[in-house]
Design a protein around this ligand. Structure first.
Ligand code: C5P
Ligand code: C5P
Ligand code: C5P
Ligand code: ZN
Length: 462
């Protein structure tokens, strides 16, 4: 482990030498929590190093975006949380590039940082923000940015594989703990512990889905009421962080009992408790205090075309940008709820080796992947990967999500997307467990048939 980290450090140092040679740097990053935190980290590091730079966000680094970047003729471009799948195209456009990414790499590049190149799995051992944290610490001492690196990893759900962060993520976490910016502990895994009334944690629970509670406000309030948990002194609903330790324990054991009685399988019930990550420099009771809430706040900006707002929050804005982000967050939550309702009402179709739904224009293409991931715990069959379609300007957006079990059986969604789009048209990639693509209009059926057979082959091989 230490040896491999040393190798990454020395490669990061080479990249930093290349960066120091430039008078001005053109940063390109991805429009999600990991991409925003990556941009925040490299932005701070460049600022501190006195290197002139500008930061740009793209939905996907495709041929059109690469052409647009080439037309800017940047002295040096740094790609964070994307780029590893597009090296050939970057090279053929003659773009002088440093890539700091964690998606499955294709192609050769000198200044390329990616966990896969050092024997780590980029879908759970290091995120784009973590890779960029390593690069930032080659540019100078930027260890105070470990908290942002962890927010990016949680945004990409890298903790879910083992129920806690592992690999280089863990190394960065411990560095942040030492620096005093991070803290981790075991706690309930439901979303909103810092900011939402306790009953809302139950009401919006999606993983695990709590039959009879999820989606039913009255039932959730009743459940807590029976445990004697309701208002604080000022007649306001208490948040999770307002509860005494023994009340928290009471809720957790009542929930476990409830899930057992409802017949939930043990592996799902186990997911109620896990490691949670707190940002100690942030104020208690704000989204930024909890890595999961922070990452969702960031997704609520960038996935709706407001990456500038999310980036400002990453850079420390706790005024105007933060207020705008909170506004966007409440819309994002509503969109997630509506999206899940759409899936529930319209159902999921099963083929031999996958299941899918087509959101058409009912779910935005930038959040359809999040909804696909959330929907498996509600309606889907966990023994098949889930594929979602949504209309986009450029074609049809595809999002795919798998499970750890399926990965063990040979599933690699990134590979499957690449193979299938190579044949049917379009472009795609990502990770073994979560991948995406954009395909031409009118090839959905053909795409599904091909993907079904590619996934079938993957699952048969092992
Ligand atoms: O761009 P990209 O790397 O950011 O996104 C990774 C995606 O993989 C995220 O949308 C995340 O939700 C998804 N993921 C998942 N399940 C996992 C790990 C990641 O759905 N176990
Ligand atoms: O949006 P993001 O992919 O970061 O969400 C991470 C997880 O947080 C989701 O998979 C979901 O389980 C949970 N979440 C939630 N309620 C929200 C937003 C996110 O339960 N409003
Ligand atoms: O968009 P979605 O959340 O489904 O993306 C899942 C993963 O696939 C992300 O890591 C994303 O960067 C990747 N992806 C890709 N090429 C695409 C679409 C998504 O590499 N055309
Ligand atoms: Zn990422």
């Amino acid at each position: 482990m230490i040896e491999k980290i040393q190798q990454i450090r020395s490669k990061a140092l080479k990249c930093s030498v290349e960066i120091h040679k430039s008078n001005s740097v053109y940063v390109v990053s991805h429009i999600d929590a990991d991409g925003l935190t990556s941009a925040g980290i490299i932005g701070k590091a460049l600022e501190r190093a006195g290197i002139d730079h500008s930061i740009h966000f793209v939905k996907q680094l495709d041929e059109i975006e690469i052409e647009a970047i080439a037309n800017q003729n940047p002295e040096l471009a740094i790609f964070t949380d994307l780029g590893s799948g597009m090296i050939e195209s970057l090279n053929s456009h003659g773009i002088n590039s440093v890539i700091s990414d964690h998606h499955q790499p294709r192609g050769e590049l000198e200044h390329h940082l990616n966990p896969h190149l050092f024997g780590f799995n980029g879908s759970y051992e290091l995120s784009g923000s973590g890779m960029t944290y390593m690069l930032a610490n080659a540019l100078g001492d930027n260890r105070d940015l470990a908290d942002l690196a962890i927010v990016g990893a949680i945004g990409d759900l890298q903790h879910l594989k083992k129920g806690h962060l592992t690999g280089i993520n863990r190394y960065i976490l411990e560095e942040g703990v030492k620096e005093g910016s991070l803290h981790y502990e075991k706690d309930i895994m439901l979303f909103g512990k810092q900011t939402r009334p306790v009953f809302k944690l139950l009401q919006f629970a999606s993983d695990p889905y709590l039959p009879g509670l999820t989606g039913n406000e009255d039932a959730c309030i009743g459940f807590l009421h029976d445990l004697g948990i309701r208002f604080s002194g000022d007649e306001r609903w208490r948040r999770w962080i307002d509860l005494e330790q023994n009340d928290k324990q009471k809720v957790v054991s009542a929930l476990v009992q409830y899930c057992l009685r409802s017949g939930l399988p043990p592996y799902k019930i186990e997911r109620l408790i896990g490691e949670v990550y707190l940002l100690m420099k942030e104020k208690e009771g704000t989204e930024m205090r909890d890595a999961s809430e922070y990452s969702t706040l960031l997704n609520a900006t960038a996935r709706y075309g407001h990456a500038d707002i999310g980036l400002a929050v990453c850079m420390g804005d706790r005024g105007k940008a933060y207020e705008s982000a909170r506004q966007l967050l409440s819309e994002h939550r509503q969109n997630l709820v509506n999206g899940l309702m759409f899936v529930k009402e319209n159902g999921i179709t099963e083929l031999n080796n996958l299941q899918y739904f087509d959101a058409g224009s009912n779910i935005m293409e930038t959040i359809v992947g999040i909804i696909a991931g959330m929907s498996t715990s509600i309606v889907g069959n966990r023994s098949l990967p889930i594929i979602a379609f949504a209309d986009s300007k450029e074609g049809v957006k595809v999002s795919a999500r798998g499970t750890q079990d399926l990965i063990r059986k040979g599933l690699n969604l990134s590979e499957a997307m690449a193979v299938t789009t190579a044949e049917i048209g379009g472009a795609g990639g990502g990770h073994d467990i979560a991948a995406g693509a954009t395909i031409p209009f009118n090839v959905k059926e053909e795409f599904l048939q091909k993907l079904d057979s590619v996934i079938g082959e993957q699952l048969r091989k092992k």
